[in-house]
Design a protein around this ligand. Sequence first.
Ligand SMILES: Cc1cc2nc3c(=O)[nH]c(=O)nc-3n(C[C@H](O)[C@H](O)[C@H](O)COP(=O)(O)O)c2cc1C
Length: 191
Amino acid sequence: MRVCALFGGPRPGGNTDLLLQSALAGARDAGAGVEIITLYRLSIAPCQDCGACARRGECVYRDDMAQVYQSLDRADALVLASPIYFSSVSAQAKAAIDRCQAYWAAANANPPVEQKRPGLFIATAGRPDTRGDLFQPALAVVKAFFLSLNARLVGQVFAADTDRSPVAARPELLHTAREAGRRLVQVPENP
Ligand SMILES: Cc1cc2nc3c(=O)[nH]c(=O)nc-3n(C[C@H](O)[C@H](O)[C@H](O)COP(=O)(O)O)c2cc1C
């Protein structure tokens, strides 16, 4: 099983990265191969709604998104990890997500027949989740993203309050992420 993991944070070793690394360690424990795409190192232009993908089924804009498409295409399971920025995913993550409009256009023309791939969403936020809805806007974005990639959300790992309580000091969260990564690659193919 091959996992494509999109790292949407800009800080290696930061809260989001630590959770992602734990999740991927869990996936590797369960025998999966892992490919990490570090989005902040790539040059990915925002979608310009040129309409080409609606006609051709693929994006015609040439930049580093090519390697993201390649990794997504061969993945059996997906992970998106992002810090929460202004209630949503990071700009790095959102640029890549919007460029996946090409998949949405292709799926619209030819609905996929193969089984949906499992997907895991990891997010961290600086503020405490006092109302229980801190991650909901980003979750809606990621559900739509996964749907366009013929994936389904099977797990989520959310860490709030990282400003006061960094993930590095929360071994229970790192354990939760590791288990989520393990489960991601063990979910039944055809639920
Ligand atoms: C531009 C920006 C916007 C942010 N917006 C939010 C927000 O809306 N809600 C929140 O709880 N934290 C917000 N934060 C805090 C980050 O989500 C938090 O520090 C996160 O854990 C950072 O992840 P990292 O350590 O992987 O970089 C924001 C941080 C930045 C830099």
